[in-house]
Design a protein around this ligand. Structure first.
Ligand SMILES: Cc1cc2nc3c(=O)[nH]c(=O)nc-3n(C[C@H](O)[C@H](O)[C@H](O)COP(=O)(O)OP(=O)(O)OC[C@H]3O[C@@H](n4cnc5c(N)ncnc54)[C@H](O)[C@@H]3O)c2cc1C
Length: 346
């Protein structure tokens, strides 16, 4: 978000207005909802309300991995929806192709690149699991490739890698620029965007849904909520939301020698096969910075204080600086599924 491309926020809503569709929250969910609605019916009047600025939630601050997988790993999909997995894989590829088509159509400069991702095994038992994945996934239409230790370390030279599972279709992106590009596309399509406008309540009046804001209100036929794990406007949703935090850490710019030592020449994203969701990528500017992310249930402290252990755990690399260059955190929307048996982190 600390970027010269960051747009000036629009003015807030200060009047009563009417519309066909009011979308609340200008992260990826809200931006894409508003844009798809307008594209499918250009005559529709669409208003997008955002409490702060576009992309200021998780969307503009995320790790930048754009995955085709709709089930948050193939193994998870296989365990929960084996009968529908082929269809889910196909829909996932189509979804990613749709994202790419939108980026191209609106010429969104967001470093969108199909670099692929390697999930690295760092423990012997993970080697056994991952090595079999390509054969398991193939009947479901998923293309994966196993890299042995030597091949994996030729991609990124970390002493803790024992092998890696390569998915060639995964994309790396600058998430803030993607959000701002979608914002521009919304404005070009005539969507009325009001930033610095928090929706404070929903009501009904003479056949209209009324969205109340601090200084104005929207009378609308339909509402779409894209408010992630923020306090929900429909109170009963509270029971389904468990905020889970992602923490992101970014290294200082690497010197040429440091870069050569780890051999991370391509922009390929890396994850590890442990259960802590460690994933990291380089920045697009000649890959001069390393970015690292970990996911923790609320309360754990993957902050600047334990930066060194995290870097060492993720790639087995030693960092000399005592602090990350940048660090931040945000919530990911997580809800409890039917009978509270599983969690979704979307
Ligand atoms: C550090 C981190 C790393 C991540 N890495 C990845 C990754 O690499 N790949 C990936 O696919 N996902 C990743 N995620 C998850 C992904 O970023 C989120 O799932 C996604 O951005 C959610 O988008 P959203 O639009 O639903 O929510 P948000 O981006 O949070 O947007 C919600 C918006 O609603 C606004 N809002 C809330 N309440 C109101 C209100 N009452 N009135 C008006 N506006 C309101 C907020 O201000 C906010 O802008 C990561 C998340 C984090 C935090």
């Amino acid at each position: 978000m600390d970027d010269g491309e960051r747009p000036e926020p629009t003015s807030a809503l200060t009047e009563t207005t009417t519309t066909d569709l009011c979308v609340i929250g200008a992260g990826f969910t809200g931006l894409w909802t508003a844009l798809l609605a307008k594209e499918s019916d250009p005559g529709l009047d669409v208003i997008l309300l955002e409490a702060s600025e576009t992309g200021n939630g998780a969307s503009g601050r995320n790790g930048g991995f754009v995955d085709h997988c709709l089930t948050h790993t193939f193994e998870n999909g296989l365990e929960r929806w084996p009968a529908e997995l082929s269809k889910l894989v196909k829909l996932g590829y189509e979804n990613l192709a749709g994202i790419e088509a939108t980026v191209k159509r609106y010429r969104i400069g967001c470093d969108f690149q199909r670099t692929g991702e390697m999930v690295m095994a760092t423990e012997p038992y993970q080697v056994e699991d991952l090595r079999n994945s390509p054969a398991e996934a193939e009947p479901y239409g998923l293309k994966l490739e196993w890299f042995d230790q030597e091949q994996a370390r030729a991609i990124v030279n970390s002493p803790i890698y024992l092998g890696g599972l390569y998915d060639p279709e995964i994309v790396m992106v600058n998430p803030a620029r993607l959000a701002w590009g979608l914002r521009r596309a919304c404005l070009e399509n005539g969507i009325r965007l009001f930033e610095r406008t928090q929706a404070t309540g929903l009501g009904e009046e003479a056949g209209w849904i009324v969205v109340r804001t601090q200084y104005g209100q929207v009378r609308t036929r339909k509402v779409a909520l894209g408010t992630n794990a923020f306090p929900p406007l429909v109170k009963r949703l509270n029971h389904y939301i468990v905020p889970v935090y992602d923490y992101a850490l970014m290294s200082e710019p690497l010197t040429r020698d440091q870069r050569a030592a780890i051999g991370w020449e391509k922009r390929m994203g890396i994850g590890d096969a442990g259960n802590q969701f460690h994933y990291y990528r380089t920045s697009a500017d000649g890959a001069s910075c390393g970015a690292a992310t970990t996911r923790c249930i609320t309360g754990t402290t993957a902050s600047g204080r334990n930066w060194k252990p995290i870097m060492n755990l993720m790639g087995g690399w030693q960092t000399t600086s005592s602090r990350p260059f940048h660090s931040w955190k945000d919530t990911v929307y997580t809800c409890l599924g039917r009978r509270n048996r599983y969690l979704f982190a979307l």
